[in-house]
Design a protein around this ligand. Sequence first.
Ligand SMILES: [Zn+2]
Length: 140
Amino acid sequence: MEHLLPSPDVGPDAGPYWDAAKENRFVIQQCTDCNSWRFFPSHLCPSCGSDKAEWKEPSGKGVIHSFTEVHRGPTPEFRAHTPYMIVLVDLDEGPRIMTNLIGNNLDQCQIGAPVEVCFENRQNDTKVPQFRLSKTEADT
Ligand SMILES: [Zn+2]
C-alpha cells in the first residue's frame, strides 16, 4: 500500500486552493482591481491593497528559482520519504511558490529548469499541488 504523507493544514484564506486541488485543479488568487496574481492566499492584494480577488487557474508552468535536497525530514512520515526536493518555483504569471519537486528524474533538477504542476495524493482523500520537471524537446 502506498505510504501517504499527512494531509495539509488549511488556513483561513486557503479553502478554495485545497478544494480545487482535490479535483486536480491548481488555482491561485488574481486581484480583480490590478490583475496581479498572488501566492500565498491572502485577504488583501499585496500590490494594491484591494480586497477583491478571484480564484483562477494559472498556466501551471514555471521555472525553478532555487532548490534544496532534504535529507533529515521533520517528522517520521517525511523522514520515510528522504531525500526529497524542496524548490522555489517562479510561476509564469509572477508569484513565487515553495513546493516539492517530485518525479523519477530529480537528478536533472537545476536552476532555470522548466516545471509544471502535478498533484500528490495525501491522507484523508486530499491532494497537494506539487511540481515536476517539464518534458523538453531534448527528452523526445
Ligand atoms: Zn491588486
